[in-house]
Design a binder for this molecule. Sequence first.
Ligand code: AHG
Ligand code: MN
Ligand code: MN
Length: 329
Amino acid sequence: MITVQQHIMREQKRFPGASGEFSFLLSGITLATKMIQAQVRRAGLTDVLGEHGDINVQGEIQQKLDVISNEALVHCLSARESIGVLASEENEEPMLVHKGSDEAKYAVVFDPLDGSSNIDVNVSVGTTFSILRKPDGVAMDNPEKWVLQPGSKQIAAGYVVYGSSTILVYSAGHGVHGFTLDPAIGAYVLSHENMTMPEQGKYYSVNEAYRDGFPARYGEYIDRLRSGVLGVNYSSRYIGSMVADFHRTLLKGGVFLYPPTNENSEGKLRLLYEANPVALLAEQAGGIALDGERRVMDIEPTSIHQRTPLVVGSRVEMSDFERFIQSKE
Ligand code: AHG
Ligand code: MN
Ligand code: MN
């Protein structure tokens, strides 16, 4: 049995000069996500369902569990001396922690609870996170600069899905590994070592109700998948929690799309804490993640909560998407 802590310690040896700080940092994420899953599992029994009453920076109604999850992550990660900045979907501004400490050199960016419209109906939700190193020469008290880095600079990223089981999937740039929470012992245990995305899948995943609002080429690409030209009779799956939709895509292959829409010209998903972690994991697993044209991880962010269209999936579907889109230009 290998726990996530043991695995991280092993990985850490690859970083020259690394001490135990990185594993301690990640233990903040594992502890917080165990606290969140405990609340999610008991949600109908305690008073945590429903709306919190506030609107977050995205203009979306905060659910009580959004707030509880954010507090758990901020609480656990603030206790890690190696972290200097925390940025969350639920907070307008990034937070400066351990100001002035020389030890503080990492920033953690996260979506505390992804898929919150699914909380009240017992459907999978999750947490996504991305870890960045403070760039050289950036002032300690300029937290925006810590986190406005392209996804290619992530030193680790991952997510937890609170589904029929709780699973943590993470990569520090040396493959993708999955750890299932064993509720009997309260530890994340290695269950999926070196995850790779199948070359091709049989599902496409998109909110087809918005199709008339997508740029025409996206609709035409969906038609292409349905036409059978890729040799597969595609079926569709759409949960409405990006982490859960991506987790299926990682394990079973296929493609997940959140295109631009009439209402949101940049799509809905957030670059720093939704698209970037998923893009790192997809690439590490042999897949591809684009914003429709560019590699997601090459986008230079200009604001913390900026949105991006996202098309992510297996090599066959994504190579076809790239060819198809380019042929349209
Ligand atoms: P969040 O709950 O963190 O705001 O994210 C919800 C996101 C994402 O998880 C999902 O893919 C998408 O919203 C679903 O949106 P639609 O209902 O527009 O399809
Ligand atoms: Mn989200
Ligand atoms: Mn969220």
